[in-house]
Design a protein around this ligand. Sequence first.
Ligand SMILES: [Zn+2]
Length: 160
Amino acid sequence: MTIALSEKLKIVNDHIDEADPPIHVIPLANKLGIEVYKADWPHSVSGKIQYDPELGGQSGFAIFVNAAHPETRRRFTIAHEIAHFILHEDQIGDGLFDDAMYRSGLSSFEEDDANKLAADILMPRQLIREFSFVGDDVETLAHQFNVSQSAMARRLGVAW
Ligand SMILES: [Zn+2]
């Protein structure tokens, strides 16, 4: 079952519209027909997305995430792999392995796009506006959205 890009983005936007922070990324993957698994890997590997008729969800795809990484990191990895599914499904081939720097063999341009969409998923600007209060600092917002403080600082465009 292949879903059109517009349909995938609608699923993401509907998920975000219904959400209070933090955004739950595994249910979002499931809505896109993807199953998510933890994997025992060295720290140098972040995650993988692959076509897997056995372990994959309705879409046929499965995401694997490094079980040893902290939760905020795992959430970013899952969002990044979801982004590859949305933007680069036709290039996943036998599987995309993202190292610790989120390099998978795709171009750095495509990895940047995946990182940007991952940030849009985890830290929607609309929700940040809605759920932050004057004086909220990076630490508070990072906690609220369950992301790393450095990711939130980048999102807000403040030095960290
Ligand atoms: Zn990647």
